[in-house]
Design a protein around this ligand. Structure first.
Ligand code: FUC
Length: 764
């Protein structure tokens, strides 16, 4: 079963094509991306909290992006829509916006390494990101000396370490300097380079240090470290800021050197090997739980692998598909760990001070998608950053609830409702965007609550539900129960105005919002019942729930995105045939209400997906993998995966929109797992969307709701072996293809910690 998962190249990357050619390492807090330059190497360095924007001396009136008293306009829009005065309502939409001074994720700096190399040819070049080892390496021979450069990012030690070696004593010489720095002092003294200062925009203090140990001479000075005549050098790197995820100041008020100095000292004391062992043990405990095998594989450098994939070479295709799957898991472990901010639009990696979409927390699909694979690919430990971040948005989110929705938290009614919109920042930015037609997204928080609730569905961790998840969910429900109004014409409880992400007109009770609120209410009732709490709120939710009526099939047989869409005066001017968001299918995935027990909705959903088409941006293709997987059509699902790999994947296997956006990586990994195991309909369904191309294969360690961990192998599309472990103890129903076009069903009962194993034979 064993094989190595490596993304490698036989040539260096291109400093000008970071998003396409770099190889990334990270530990949630920090990221480094390398090009593998031979004479000069450039390492792009990031610290995830290093952001412009937010409250500071320069911005004394910072108010989370909110404008005051906008709920008055929202009310007017609501009334105009109810009166059928849609044009007039539209004129007021520019008032349903927030401020534009949002801030952005920043680059920390580039580290530049200039090497002295022996005369002679360069040969044997290889740079590689080893996903199994969570280790980056770059090797080549220059003249008569073999050089090796390695790097890893340790979560337990919270440092990044680089090692440089030469095969002959004294032949390693290089200097380390910094480029693209912010206003800061860069000093080098006694083997340590210190880069410390403050972001110009908001005065956020940062401290970054590089400490070198070497058997050669180390010369410190002039803002540089020079290593001369060595055979080995190790650089320990650590960076931190004075950011604190705490409303309203978002600053610790302490010197970030208090964090970096002891961490570097500890790392240096441990040394490269022991530090790596500690890092590997931590990483491997998460990563090695899961494996995927799809048959014979061909090993190729990543750029050539992509070419062979596009050319239809089956063994290369198996290789890329399994590698891409593992890469999604690697990237999530590397960019989201407890204590860090969640994975942003680029995980943690960013080469620019003006990154696309500010490299922020987009919550009209992207942040949700980042965590879709966290549960089914057995990485629930990567979720606390998301939970903690959402919790931190509650206080500022109450201000937005008050200013835009008139829902106020007071001493008499504390925790009375929070909300957030399309773009969020680490500084509690919860206001709508500065343009309505992307910035308004009242149901985005309801959507995020699915990411949280599923933690309990998969892990059964009641304490985490009670202490962390439930308070956030409850206050979100509290918001929506006050926000929904009765619409006489539609005879429903509706959100209004509603807006399907970046698509179509503002209307009453669109499918996106109604379906997300419905799923939240369903999940909330389960959560409050599990915790035996909140009878009043639950009663209110129970009363509203049947009146939401989210789904309607239109004249053409498609699921309606807007209830009014078949009416003659419906404004189609903002409707785009192949729009990337398919926001009315939230109920199919990641929601659960469009499922096999409702064939008429399932059929309409399939017709809707056919109508939208398969081609789109990276993340939208990843979304469609998951959607199609839920329909059970494996071949169609595979077509989407293939399209994503062929058309939206850079040679370093990062997904692109374009530009690079990591959600597609995460979404596709989740989708691949969703093709092999599903558990949203009560039972554990094996191979629910298996394509013809994956006739034989096996997986290890995928998770199912109810705390089950499943490993299986299949031959000719039929499960041949199955191992199922229960983490919680309990019953489950397992469904799998029976070889006659149907499914076989067995009910198992497992004790806590028990594994049951099965072998199956078929007479077909
Ligand atoms: C969503 C998408 C865009 C882009 C942005 C970061 O709003 O509609 O395509 O992915 O997020």
């Amino acid at each position: 079963m064993s094989r190595s998962n490596q993304i490698y190249f036989d040539h260096p990357g291109d400093f000008g094509l970071w998003e396409q050619t770099c190889l990334p390492i990270g530990n949630g807090y920090m990221g480094a991306s390398m090009f593998g330059g031979i004479k000069t190497e450039r390492v792009v360095l990031n610290e995830k909290t290093f952001w412009a924007g937010g409250p500071c001396e320069n911005r004394p009136d910072y108010y989370g992006g909110n404008h005051r008293d906008r709920y008055k306009y929202v009310k007017q829009v609501q009334e105009l829509l109810a009166a059928g005065e849609n044009k007039k309502a539209e004129e007021l939409l520019p008032m349903l916006t927030g401020d534009g001074d949002f801030g952005t994720y920043l680059l920390l700096c580039d580290a530049v390494l200039d090497f002295e190399l022996p005369e002679g040819e360069i040969s044997g070049y290889r740079r590689c990101l080893d996903l199994d080892k969570s280790l980056y390496t770059c090797e080549f021979t220059a003249g008569d000396v073999e050089f090796r450069r390695e790097a890893y990012a340790s979560y337990p030690a919270r440092v990044i370490a680089f090692r440089f070696t030469a095969s002959q004593p004294g032949r390693l010489s290089f200097t380390l300097s910094l480029d693209k720095t912010h206003a800061a002092s860069v000093t080098a003294d006694n083997g340590t380079l210190i880069y410390s200062g403050a972001a110009e925009d908001n005065g956020m203090r940062f401290d970054a240090r590089f400490t070198v140990t070497s058997d050669g001479e180390v010369i410190s000075g002039d803002g540089k470290l020079a290593i001369r005549g060595a055979s080995e050098a190790v650089i320990y790197f650590c960076a931190a800021t004075d950011y604190e995820m705490k409303y309203p100041a978002y600053r610790t008020g302490t010197d970030p050197a208090n964090i970096t100095v002891p961490l570097i000292q500890t790392a240096e004391r441990l040394g490269w090997e022991a530090l790596y062992d500690e890092h590997f043990a931590d990483y491997n405990a998460l990563y090695s739980r899961v494996e995927l095998h799809l048959g014979e594989e061909k090993e190729l450098p990543a750029d050539k692998l992509l070419e062979a994939y596009r050319a239809g070479d089956r063994t290369a295709m198996n290789r890329l598909e399994t590698l891409y799957f593992s890469y999604g898991r690697y990237l999530l472990i590397s960019s989201s760990r407890e204590g860090s901010l969640p994975a942003n639009l680029q995980g943690v990696w960013n080469e620019s001070n003006t990154p696309p979409w500010c490299c922020d927390y987009h919550i009209n699909v992207n942040l949700q998608m980042n965590y879709w694979g966290a549960y089914n690919t057995n990485l629930a430990e990567t979720v606390p950053p998301l939970t903690d971040f959402l919790n931190s948005l509650r206080e500022p989110g109450r201000v937005t609830a008050k200013e835009y929705y008139g829902i106020e938290s007071t001493p008499e009614h504390p925790e009375n409702g929070w909300t957030a919109h399309t773009q969020c920042s680490p500084f509690g930015w919860t206001a709508p965007g500065w343009e309505f037609y992307w910035g308004w997204s009242t149901a985005a928080v309801a959507w995020l609550m699915q990411n949280l609730w599923e933690h309990y569905e998969f892990t059964g961790n009641k304490e985490y539900l009670r202490d962390k998840i439930y308070p956030i969910m409850r206050e979100s429900v509290q918001f929506y129960v006050q926000w929904l109004i009765y619409d006489e014409k539609q005879d429903r409880m509706v959100s209004s105005p509603t807006y399907s992400p970046e698509h179509g007109p503002a209307t009453i009770g669109n499918t996106y919002e109604q379906s997300l609120i419905e799923q939240l209410f369903i999940d909330f009732l389960k959560a409050s019942a599990e915790l035996n709490t909140d009878p009043e709120l639950s009663a209110k939710v129970r009363e509203i729930l049947p009146k939401l009526k989210p789904y309607h099939v239109g004249k053409t047989g498609l699921l309606k995105e807007w209830l009014e869409e078949d009416e003659p005066d419906f404004d189609r001017s903002k409707v785009q045939k192949n729009h990337r968001h398919i926001s009315h299918l939230m109920g199919l995935y990641p929601g659960k209400q469009i499922n096999r027990s409702r064939p008429e909705l399932m059929q309409a959903a399939v017709a809707t997906m056919n109508d939208r088409g398969d081609e789109s941006t990276g993340w939208a293709r990843a979304y469609k993998i998951n959607l199609w997987a839920r329909t059970g059509d494996g071949n169609r699902t595979y077509k989407l995966l293939k399209g994503l790999l062929e058309s939206c994947t850079f040679q370093n296997l990062w997904d692109f929109h374009p530009p690079f956006q990591i959600d597609g990586n995460f979404g596709a990994s989740a989708g691949i797992a969703e093709m092999l195991i599903q558990s949203h309909e009560g039972a554990i369904r094996l191979l629910p969307a298996l394509p013809d191309e994956w006739k034989n294969g096996s997986f290890k360690g995928l998770s199912a709701r109810g705390g089950f961990v499943v490993s299986a192998a299949w031959k000719d599309g039929l499960v041949s072996t199955l191992d199922i472990t229960s983490k919680l103890g309990g019953k489950c129903t397992v469904l799998m293809p029976d070889g006659n076009g149907g499914e076989s069903e067995r009910t198992l009962e497992l004790k806590k910690g028990e594994t049951q194993s099965f072998t199956f034979t078929y007479s077909v």
